[in-house]
Design a protein around this ligand. Structure first.
Ligand code: BGP
Length: 458
C-alpha cells in the first residue's frame, strides 16, 4: 500500500472561464476569449465557445456535492476578473454573491477552496490598452487581487495569483495560439515581466490584508531532457529550463531573478523595462507555496541554426522527437511519469524544500464516448493507470523528503478547452453537451474516491 502524508490534499483543478459559462451575462464583461471566439471562429476547432462551457454557474450547488461524492477534499478554481470587476473598477454584486455561495457550498461539502486569480482570461478593456505589455496592467491586477481578498478572504484562506504565466506569454506572444497571437520576443519578455510584477504586487497586498492566509503561484513545469550529453544540447536544455521553469520559480520562491536568465536576455538585447523599486519588491514578496502543473516533459536539442540576437525561442532550443517516447494515443502528448519525481526533487534541492503540490496532472482523451459501457459509464482504466504511474513517482519523492502536500488532477468535470472545445475530455465526470450538460461519473471518479478515503492505493 502506498500511503501519503496525513492531511494530503486529494483534489482537482478547474478554471472559471472553462467551466462557469454565463459568459456575457449577469454583468460580466468580455475577456480576450469571449472576444476572440466571436471574431475569429475559424481559429477554434469546435463550435462550443466560452459562453456556456460546463454551465457550472447554474449547477454549482450540485457540483459541490459531486466533488464530495468522489472524495475530493480540495478544489482549485479561478475567479474571473471580468465577472468581479467588469470595467476594472466597479464591483459586480452578482459576481460576489455567486462566488461567495460557490465557495461556501464547497466548504459545506468538506472541500477546501484554493482560489486562483488569473487563468489566461485577460479583460478586453485592458487588452485594448495593451494588456500585459503596459505597466498599467500591474496596478490593475493588484487592485483586482485586493478586491478579491476583501470580498472572499473570510471564506478562502489559500490563494494563488496566476495559473501558468508562461503560457499566456508563449501562446500569446511567441506561438500565435492565444490572443493577440503575435510573434515578438521583445514584447514577450515585457509581458512576462509585468505578469511577474503583478504577481509580486498581489502578494504584497495579500500580506497586508490576510496575514493568516497563504499565497502561491501555479507554474507549468515541463522539465526538459536533452537529446544528448553534447555541450550544445546541454546548453539548449539549460536555456529551456531557464525560460520555462526558472523565469517565474526563482523570483517567486527565492526573491530574485535567475542570474543566468538575466545574462541570456542581456546578451540578446532582450532585457525588459523595469522600475528602480522592483527588485526590492521581488525580494520582499516571496510565496508560501507553489503549485506545479505537469503533463509532459520537453525533449530538446540545440538549434540547427540560430539568429543572434534571438528572435524566437527556436534560437535557444528546439524540440527533439525522442524515438522512445510513450504517447497517450488519445491526445498525442508524451507520458513520462518519472518527470514528477525529478520536479519534486528539484523543489527539495533548489527551492529550499518549500511546500508545493501537483496542481494539475491528467490525461486528455478524444472521443471518449467510445469507452462508454451499457450503463452509460465511461470505463477510463487508462486514466486510472496514468494517475497510478504518476502517483508512484510522487510517492517515492515524498518518501525521499520532498515537501509535497497534495495532488490535483485536471479535472473534476469535462470542461471547455481554449482552442479544442470539448474534444479532449479530462474529467472525473462526463458532461453530456447534447443532454442539458448532464454529469455522469466515470470509473476514475469512483477509483479516486477510494484513493482519497484510504489516503493511498495498492
Ligand atoms: C493546462 C491549463 C488548463 C487546461 C490543461 C489541458 O495547461 O492550465 O487550462 O486546459 O492545460 O490542456 P488542453 O485543454 O489544451 O488539453
Amino acid at each position: 500500500m502506498k500511503k501519503f502524508p496525513e492531511g494530503f490534499l486529494w483534489g482537482s483543478a478547474l478554471s472559471g472561464p472553462q467551466t462557469e459559462g454565463y459568459s456575457l451575462k449577469e454583468g460580466k464583461s468580455a475577456s480576450t476569449w469571449d472576444y476572440w471566439f466571436k471574431e475569429n471562429p475559424e481559429r477554434f476547432n469546435e463550435k462550443q465557445g466560452p459562453q456556456i462551457t460546463s454551465n457550472l454557474y447554474e449547477n454549482y450547488v450540485e457540483d459541490c456535492q459531486r466533488m464530495k461524492a468522489i472524495g475530493l477534499n480540495s478544489i482549485r478554481t479561478s475567479i474571473q476578473w471580468t465577472r468581479l470587476l467588469p470595467d476594472g473598477k466597479t464591483l459586480n454584486p452578482q459576481a460576489v454573491a455567486f462566488y461567495r455561495d460557490y465557495f461556501t457550498k464547497m466548504k459545506e461539502n468538506g472541500v477546501k477552496p484554493i482560489i486562483n486569480l488569473f487563468h489566461f482570461d485577460m479583460p478586453m478593456w485592458l487588452m485594448d490598452k495593451g494588456g500585459w505589455e503596459t505597466r498599467e496592467s500591474v496596478e490593475a491586477f493588484r487592485f483586482y487581487a485586493q478586491t478579491a481578498f476583501e470580498c472572499f478572504g473570510d471564506l478562502v484562506q489559500d490563494w494563488t495569483t496566476f495559473n501558468e504565466p508562461m503560457v499566456h506569454v508563449e501562446c500569446g506572444y511567441l506561438q500565435g495560439f492565444h490572443y493577440p497571437a503575435i510573434v515578438d520576443i521583445k514584447k514577450a519578455v515585457q509581458v512576462a515581466y509585468h505578469t511577474l510584477m503583478a504577481h509580486v504586487k498581489a502578494v504584497q497586498t495579500f500580506r497586508k490584508l490576510m496575514p493568516q492566509g497563504s499565497i502561491g503561484i501555479i507554474l507549468n513545469v515541463s522539465p526538459s531532457y536533452a537529446r544528448s550529453q553534447s555541450a550544445a544540447d546541454l546548453k539548449a536544455k539549460k536555456a529551456a529550463d531557464l525560460v520555462n521553469i526558472k523565469s517565474f520559480l526563482d523570483p517567486a520562491v527565492l526573491g530574485k531573478h535567475n542570474s543566468d536568465l538575466v545574462e541570456l536576455l542581456k546578451n540578446n538585447q532582450l532585457l525588459p523595462e523595469t522600475l528602480p523599486e522592483d527588485e526590492k519588491d521581488v525580494a520582499a514578496n516571496t510565496v508560501d507555496f507553489i503549485g506545479l502543473n505537469y503533463y509532459q516533459p520537453s525533449r530538446v536539442q540545440a538549434p540547427e541554426k540560430a539568429s543572434f540576437p534571438a528572435k524566437t525561442l527556436d534560437d535557444f532550443y528546439q524540440p527533439y522527437d525522442w524515438p522512445e517516447k510513450k504517447i497517450n494515443p488519445y491526445r498525442g502528448w508524451e507520458i513520462y511519469p518519472q518527470a514528477i519525481y525529478d520536479v519534486a526533487m528539484m523543489m527539495k534541492k533548489d527551492y529550499h524544500n518549500l511546500p508545493w503540490f501537483v496542481s494539475e496532472n491528467g490525461m486528455g482523451v478524444a472521443d471518449e464516448e467510445r469507452f462508454m459501457d451499457d450503463s452509460g459509464m465511461i470505463q477510463d482504466d487508462y486514466r486510472i493507470e496514468f494517475m497510478k504511474e504518476h502517483l508512484s513517482y510522487l510517492h517515492q519523492a515524498i518518501e525521499e523528503g520532498s515537501n509535497c502536500f497534495g495532488y490535483h488532477t485536471w479535472t473534476f468535470i469535462d470542461c471547455w478547452s481554449w482552442l479544442n472545445g470539448y474534444r479532449n475530455r479530462y474529467g472525473f465526470y462526463r458532461v453530456d453537451l447534447e443532454e442539458d450538460y448532464k454529469r455522469t461519473v466515470k470509473k476514475s471518479g469512483l477509483w479516486y474516491k477510494k484513493l482519497s478515503e484510504r489516503n493511498g492505493y495498492e
